[in-house]
Write a protein that binds this ligand. Structure first.
Ligand code: GAR
Length: 203
């Protein structure tokens, strides 16, 4: 079986990337291989995780005042060179343009809430959990979805609920959502989408 080539876009610590790497090692991701980890931040610890696991890395920074299009063209060039057939946004903190999305193979994203709650422009990272606590929801979770031109608006692939507990802080809630939902959901969704891509390839 020819493995589906996966590029992972990151901006931060990369615990979701680690979950993907671990899933590859344990055989939960069977039919995919990681060909690139690309970060828009040179200091992202996710890059270290990739290097430690022999995955090629690239850094593309958006310079101050630079048009988004220039940044996206540079990202696109890296993705094309890697041969990626599936793009995974794993803590990538930038909104991508419609033109970029249309020029790419399928893109999926992990978001730390139950979409359509606490999502869209301005909701990312810890802010999502701050908003959930502020609102007072008793259940939150994570969502993996296809990326389209609407921020966090693409078709949902998988979701998992997580309880909010008395005394939670944004940090404790973020950690529980990662442990109980994100790190399980993302590898599962990747394997599911690879199945769809490979089915289409064989038709
Ligand atoms: C994760 O919680 C991810 O769901 C979130 O950022 C964190 C990245 O952590 N993504 C978003 O908020 C995207 N809108 P990680 O770098 O340790 O994987």
């Amino acid at each position: 079986m020819v493995k589906t080539k996966i590029a992972v876009l990151v901006s931060g610590g990369g615990t979701n990337l680690q979950a993907l790497i671990d899933a590859k090692k344990s055989g939960k991701i069977r039919d995919g291989e990681f060909v690139l980890v690309l970060s828009d931040k040179p200091e992202a610890y996710a890059l270290t995780r990739a290097k430690e696991n022999g995955i090629p890395t690239a850094v593309v920074q958006r310079k101050k005042g630079e048009a988004r299009e220039i940044f996206e063209q540079a990202v696109l060039a890296e993705l094309r060179e890697s041969g990626a057939e599936l793009i995974v946004l794993a803590g990538f903190m930038r909104i991508l343009s419609e033109d970029f999305i249309k020029a790419c193979p399928p893109i999926i994203n992990i978001h730390p809430s139950l979409i359509p709650a606490f999502c869209g422009a301005g909701f990312y990272g810890l802010r999502v959990h701050e908003a959930a606590l502020e609102y007072g929801v008793k259940v939150t979770g994570a969502t993996v979805h296809f990326v389209n031109e609407i921020p966090d608006g693409g078709k949902i692939i998988l979701q998992k609920a997580v309880d909010v507990l008395e005394g939670d802080t944004p940090q404790t809630l973020q950690r529980r959502v990662m442990e109980e939902a994100e790190w399980k959901l993302l590898p599962e969704a990747v394997e599911k989408v690879i199945g769809i891509i490979q089915k289409e390839r064989n038709e």
